[in-house]
Every structure is written in C-alpha cells, then in structure tokens.
Design a binder for this molecule. Structure first.
Ligand code: SF4
Length: 358
C-alpha cells in the first residue's frame, strides 16, 4: 500500500515539514517537496512572485503498489511527477528512491539511477520520434544504458518487450504513425520497460485515448505490475481513471496534497470538498442514478500558483467555505480515519452532511 504518515503538528503550510519516517517498505519517499519557478512580471518579464507549482508535498509509495495522484490541470501533479525523476529541478525538500536522495545526486549517478525510474507520458507521439522504427525506439534506451550487446540480442529483447505489451513481433519494423493511439501508448510503455525499471511514473497515461481503450491500457499496466513487481505513480485529472489500479490515492490542489487515503476510502468516504467535487463529476453507469446525480460545479478558475489564496487555498472556490476561519487559517493535514488524511477544518461536518454546500 502507499501511505502518507500524518503528523498532527504538521500544517499544509508551504513551510511545514513532516518529520515522520517513511514506511519500511517504501520505494519512494517524498518530503517537503517544492518546485518553484521564477515569477514573471515587472520590467523584462522578471521579478514577479515565484510560481509555487509544488509547494510542500509529502508522499510515500510502497514497493510493488500504485499511488494515484489526482487533480485538475495546473495543480502541480505533473511537475511533481517530473521532479521525482529530477526532470524538473526541486527547489526544496527531498526525493528518496530506494534509500538514495535523488535531489542530491550529481549528473552521472543520477543518470545511472534513472534506469530504475522511468516515465510514461500522456501523448505517446510526443515522446516517440516519428522517424524512428519501433526496433530503433526500443533499442535506444538499451544502448544508452549499455544493457545489450550485439544485434541478435537486441532483436530478441525487442521481441520480448513487444510481447510484454501485447504487440506482435512484426511491429518492430513499423513506425509510430502506423499504430492506433492505444498501440502507441503500448509502445511508450514498452520503451519505459526496456531498461527494467523499478518505478514507473505514468503521467496521464490514458487521457489521450478513447474511453474504450483506456481500460485496456490500465489493465495492461496492472498486469505488468503483477508480472514484473513494478511500483507506479499514476498521475491523472480524473479520479475514475486511477480507482481500479491505485492502492492509495492523493488529491492535489494548487501545489499541495489536500486528501490522501488508502484502498477505496477516498471514493467511499471523500472528506475534502475538492475531492467531493471531483467525485461528483464522475458519471454513473446506472441511468436512473446518473439522472439524480448532483454535480458540484466549482466557482471560477484555479487561482494562480504565484498568488495562492490565504488560509485554505481552496476557499475561493469551496462551496462549504465558512467565514472567516477558512479565509485566514491554513488547514492542517490530519487523520480523519485510519490511513485517511484531509486538509480541511470542517472535514467531518462536510463528510457527514452537517454542513451543506452553498
Ligand atoms: Fe472548504 Fe474551509 Fe475546508 Fe477549505 S477549510 S476545504 S474552504 S471548508
């Protein structure tokens, strides 16, 4: 399972840090992670307030499990995923992968460690060079990490990788444009698996695909996890996408984690108003239930991460906002049930219906 360890003294304030230790079987431990970018504004577009894309996040991902990281576009989830691999440079905090602090590594040890941490991207076409054949695309990472010797060994490995992701060996001579969207994502997964990673960060792996194909790719990821013992961080904007595959789910809003729960708890008992709003957007297959379903429409757009609102960052859009505490006091990330933490002053009242949305 993937867990975050709550600290009652810890606030979701950007400056707060979680001093609690990771679970013994954590493959990935993120503590106080910040990714801030220089702000724009003023003369020559410089000198504005820093953009707080990720602003004090703690997460643990236990070996062999999946953590789903969910939030709307611009909440910082993709930046966090990239920072785990140091494809985006953290400005504070730590990312410990299998006992090694990734943020402290020099170039060459980082390159070597990256073999064990791979990324699957949203748009397979953007991550696959259209001029390269599948054979070439899959051999490239093997050569970069000096993992095969000689042509016949490379060809055998390519056949093995294609078989792993459910594509025929005849695919090796083709080019990315000759495949459907789902098949291209299978190629993206095969390329990530070529170097036999332990951790795969999948950033919106199915959001560019038809709904009918999404389940196939999620099932493939799950099957590969069981066969290869992989650990996943799956990033999505849709809670429904990660429900089937995730052992734990964290919800991000404006650079911080606002709710985190194990198993199905987040779906059966969401306690943060933002999570409740995301849940209300998930269609229900039963037409009668779907017709009666009450959707919570959030007011306004996501505020700028260069100027997050005071108090609870969600207060400008929260239908449950209570003046004036929500506007002035940063909510503590605290446990409302075993393994279920929420950053909301009124989580219990919201979850029980004691406070109704405005
Ligand atoms: Fe809404 Fe207040 Fe809870 Fe923030 S602390 S989520 S504004 S009820």
């Amino acid at each position: 399972m993937s867990v975050i360890t709550p600290d009652p003294q810890r606030s979701s304030d950007p400056g707060a840090r979680d001093a609690s230790g990771p679970p013994a079987d954590a493959l990935l431990t993120v503590r106080g992670l910040e990714v801030h970018y220089p702000g724009r504004g003023g003369l020559l577009g410089r000198g504005g307030a820093p953009v707080r894309a990720v602003d004090g996040v703690d997460l643990d991902v236990v070996r062999g499990t999946t953590l789903g990281l969910v939030g709307e576009s611009g909440c910082g989830k993709s930046t966090l995923g990239r920072a785990v691999l140091r494809l985006s440079e953290p400005t504070a905090g730590s990312v410990v992968f299998d006992g090694t602090d990734v943020t402290a590594l020099e170039r060459e040890p980082l390159r070597l460690l990256r073999r064990r941490m791979q990324m699957v991207f949203q748009d397979p076409m953007a991550s696959l060079d259209p001029r390269q054949s599948v054979q070439s695309l899959l051999v490239e990472p093997l050569v970069a990490h000096r993992l095969t010797d000689g042509r016949s060994e490379q060809e055998a490995r390519v056949r093995e990788l294609l078989d792993l992701v459910g594509l025929p060996s005849s695919a090796s001579g083709k080019y990315p444009h000759e495949f459907s969207g789902g098949q291209r994502q299978r190629l993206g997964i095969a390329r990530a698996l070529a170097v036999e990673p332990d951790l795969v960060v999948a950033d919106e792996p199915v959001s560019a695909l038809d709904v009918s194909v999404q389940a196939q790719v999620i099932n493939l990821l799950e099957d590969l996890q069981q066969r290869l013992g992989l650990t996943y961080l799956v990033i999505a904007h849709d809670l429904a996408v990660v429900r089937h595959i995730a052992d734990a789910v964290a919800v991000m809003y404006l650079g911080t984690v606002v709710e985190h729960a194990e198993g199905d708890d987040l779906y059966t008992a969401p306690a943060h108003p933002y999570t409740i709003a995301l849940m209300s957007a998930i269609p229900v297959p039963d037409p009668v239930v779907e017709d009666a379903r009450e959707r919570i429409i959030l007011r306004g757009d996501l505020p700028s991460p260069a100027a997050p609102p005071s108090g609870c960052r969600f207060h400008t859009r929260c239908p449950y906002r209570q003046a004036t505490r929500c506007d002035t006091e940063v909510p503590v990330l605290r446990e409302v049930a075993p393994g279920h933490v929420v950053a909301c002053h009124f989580a219990e009242q919201v979850a029980s219906g004691a406070i109704a949305p405005a």
